[in-house]
Ligand binder design. Sequence first.
Ligand code: FMN
Length: 352
Amino acid sequence: MQVNLSSAWSIGPVQIPTRVVLAPMAGVSVQAFRRQGRRFGAGLVCSEMVSCAGLEHRNERTLGYLRIASDEHPLAVQIFGSNPATMAEAARMVEAAGADLVDINFGCPVKKVTKTGAGATLLEDPARATAIVAAVADAVSVPVSVKMRRGLDNGSRTCLDLGPRLVEAGAATLTLHPRSAKQMYTGEADHSLTAELVERVDVPVIASGDITSRARAQAVLATTGAEAVMVGRAAQGNPWALREILGESDGEPTREEVAAELVLFMRETARELGEQRATSFLKKFYGWYLGRGRFPRPFKQELTQLATLDEVEERLFAAAPGARFVLARLEQEHPQLDEIELDLPISIYGGG
Ligand SMILES: Cc1cc2nc3c(=O)[nH]c(=O)nc-3n(C[C@H](O)[C@H](O)[C@H](O)COP(=O)(O)O)c2cc1C
């Protein structure tokens, strides 16, 4: 059975125009990445994980993750933490900031997070995990989703027992990345577990892990019964992957298109994070955009050595002069961020 990836579906009242979801990725899923993802056909985009403790303490950088532009919807903001009351309060802030969904992270395998009892650790603490979902679902009126791994240890099937309990506690959708926390990103995502999870719950399931092509997306949807696929690493510096997966690709992008998208991404990121933070944040993106045989390897390395974003732009335009015209068209078609209303209520910054 072929699933039409361009067909709409919904999570509760939230309409999602396509079956491709852009994955939450820490250090990657900035607003520029999400807006680009929507433009290339992702039906739903996600923020990276946001610390509920950071929100509780009104940490300025953490609050920055709640800036949502009007052209990002539908959008999920993901929160992580281990205390149900703090998570509920964070969820209220996420809803107030204008997110369409609150997503809860039960998958992060990184020590810094798991040692606080958050992320993937919660897979082995079902009482706390269900208490968190119940508290968050109770606190907000938007649907609540949970993103999880298969379990902590290799071969674990914990997600299959926990999933139905999370739904009972109020989760309106589950995303499964069927690797163990121990595996990090090694080996393969075992989507036979996704199929089993789909059998056990009556909410939409999103399949995450190793979705790198249209063929793979079709196969995973057909064999698991999942409602949608989530694309992560394949979309890093490569929004064209989203179009290819949707069946809307007109081939590999030209060098001009690649350079123009990268410059647009740089400009938006600089506006979002400030020039200084953006300069180091963007370095990893040069390799992602310019790799895949698109530009010679020394060129990528040269860009990472440059001190300012202006210099990087100049080098990109020198290497692909036509990119200036492509960029001018993109900037005309897609309004700059400061022309877009930010849905961030001022009260979020207030102390009280
Ligand atoms: C750099 C990076 C950061 C990630 N950060 C998050 C995160 O903040 N929250 C989360 O739920 N998953 C996170 N993930 C996991 C992805 O959302 C996704 O489940 C995983 O990468 C598997 O999908 P893929 O094979 O398409 O990359 C991250 C993955 C990567 C590579």
